[in-house]
Write a protein of this length. Structure first.
Length: 176
């Protein structure tokens, strides 16, 4: 570790004191050896580099300018996922179940905009009630309920939500 730091310090001193010697090429590609980096440039030369020390600053002479710092200056953040904000709903809503089609369990997400009795039932395509999933007073918020269909056959089922004057129906497909 000490040897590495010494080598890096020597490189830094060379870059600061004699950039015109080091900048004999028109362009040097990026290279990563540590946690820091920088860019030296003149009207005819560019040197982009990394170093293992936490150095930030500039060095220059009449023909060259060196700017040193961290790669985070050049780094672009990559968005890998988006977390949903759990805002309080302003209206009732029955979302499509997921996954759909499903086997044998699916999730039903719904929103309640004000404290009220919520009834969620599942019906077969003939309109016969299969199960009542929710029948209770709910405060304002987002909720989820699981529908387990191990004991029923494949087919299309209807999920019906009623809360106050709100009524919504979603199709669900069970594939076994």
């Amino acid at each position: 570790m000490i040897k590495r730091k010494l080598i890096i310090k020597v490189i830094m001193i060379m870059l600061i004191l004699s950039p015109q010697i080091i900048l004999s090429q028109n362009h040097m590609p990026y290279g990563v050896t540590g946690s820091g980096g920088g860019k030296l440039s003149s009207s005819t030369n560019i040197l982009e580099f990394t170093i293992g020390e936490s150095v930030v600053g500039k060095c220059s002479n009449p023909t060259n300018l060196g700017v040193m710092g961290f790669w985070s200056v050049y780094q672009q953040d990559v968005l890998t996922s988006v977390e949903e904000e759990e805002l309080l709903p302003v209206q009732y809503k029955l979302e499509q179940n997921y996954p759909n089609p499903f086997n044998p369990v699916t999730t039903i997400r719904y929103a309640v905009s004000e404290k009220s009795r919520v009834i969620i039932k599942v019906y077969n395509i003939a309109g016969e009630e299969i199960v009542t999933l929710v029948n209770e007073e709910k405060d304002r918020g987002w909720y989820e309920v699981k529908f387990r269909a191990e004991e029923i056959s494949s087919g299309i089922y209807l999920c019906r939500m009623q809360a106050g004057n709100y009524v919504s129906i979603k199709k669900m497909m069970l594939l076994k």
